[in-house]
Design a protein. Structure first.
Length: 241
C-alpha cells in the first residue's frame, strides 16, 4: 500500500541522504512515492560500520527490481569524507567501546556529521537542480544526538538557503515518530515485501556485524542501534496483534 501522491510534488526532485540503514531506506521509499525524480547520496567517512556502503547498493538494486515506484530512482552519489573520520575521536570512527561521555552524550556522536552531510548534499542538489533534501533524522526515539533535532535541521535549512540563494526544503519524515511507528510507516509504504527488504538488506548496527540474523535484521544485537531497532520491531509487531 502506498500513500497518495500530490500531483504538485511529482514535479519536484529530491536528494535522499542514504546510508543503507533502515531509517534512510524508509525515507528513500517515502521520497520515491512523492517526487518525480529521486537521487541518493552517501558518505564514506571512515565509519566503523562501513559495511553499510555495500548494503546501500544492494538496497537500491532490490528496490528497483521489486517496486514499480522505484522507476523514479535516479543517480547515486558517494562522497569521500575521510577527513571527518580523521578529525573525530568517536566510537563510530574508531575501536573505542561504546559508552556515555562525561557530558551525557554517547561517544557514538560524530560532531558536525549531519551538518556536513546536509551542507554537501545541498551543494550537490544545487548543481543537479534538485529541490528537496530528505534525511532520516529523528528526535523522538534516538541516541541524544543534538544534530538530529528539528531545531538544528530548521536552522541549517535557513542558513543553507540564505548562503546558496535557493529555496531548498529539508524534509525529515521520521522526525517526530518512534521506531515502532517507523516500522509501521514502512509497512504502509511497501507492505510485507518492503519489511522483508529492510530486514534482509539494510544495515544499522554500529559495530558492522552481519553474521547474526535476527527477526528485525542483521546486527550484533547489543549496541544502541541494534537495541533501538529490535525494540521498535517488537513493539510494532505487538501492536499489530
Amino acid at each position: 500500500m502506498s500513500h497518495s501522491t500530490n500531483q504538485s510534488l511529482v514535479t519536484r526532485k529530491a536528494l535522499v541522504l542514504f546510508s543503507g540503514g533502515q531509517d534512510s531506506t524508509i525515507c528513500l521509499a517515502w521520497a520515491l512515492q512523492r517526487y518525480g525524480l529521486v537521487e541518493t547520496i552517501g558518505f564514506d567517512y571512515g565509519q566503523r560500520h562501513r559495511v553499510e556502503l555495500s548494503c546501500r547498493l544492494a538496497v537500491r538494486r532490490e528496490l528497483t527490481a521489486r517496486f514499480p515506484w522505484a522507476e523514479r530512482l535516479g543517480r547515486d552519489h558517494l562522497i569521500d569524507l575521510a577527513v571527518l573520520g580523521e578529525i573525530s575521536a568517536t566510537a563510530l570512527t574508531g575501536d573505542a567501546e561504546i559508552a556515555l561521555r562525561d557530558d551525557g552524550l554517547p561517544n557514538t556522536f560524530v560532531p558536525g556529521r549531519n551538518l556536513l552531510f546536509l551542507t554537501l548534499a545541498a551543494a550537490i542538489a544545487y548543481r543537479r537542480g534538485l529541490d528537496v533534501l530528505v534525511g532520516g533524522m529523528c528526535e523522538t526515539d534516538f541516541s541524544g544526538y543534538p544534530d538530529c533535532r528539528d531545531e538544528t535541521i530548521r536552522a541549517l535549512e535557513k542558513a543553507t538557503n540564505l548562503g546558496m540563494e535557493r529555496d531548498f526544503e529539508f524534509a525529515t519524515p521520521l522526525m517526530f515518530i518512534d521506531k515502532a511507528a517507523s516500522w509501521q510507516l514502512a509497512a504502509e509504504l511497501g507492505g510485507d515485501a518492503f519489511i522483508s527488504l529492510l530486514c534482509e538488506h539494510t544495515h544499522t548496527c554500529y559495530l558492522g556485524e552481519r553474521d547474526q540474523r535476527h527477526r528485525w535484521g542483521y546486527g550484533c544485537g547489543n549496541c544502541p542501534a541494534c537495541e533501538l531497532r529490535a525494540r521498535g520491531y517488537r513493539e510494532w509487531r505487538e501492536a499489530r496483534v
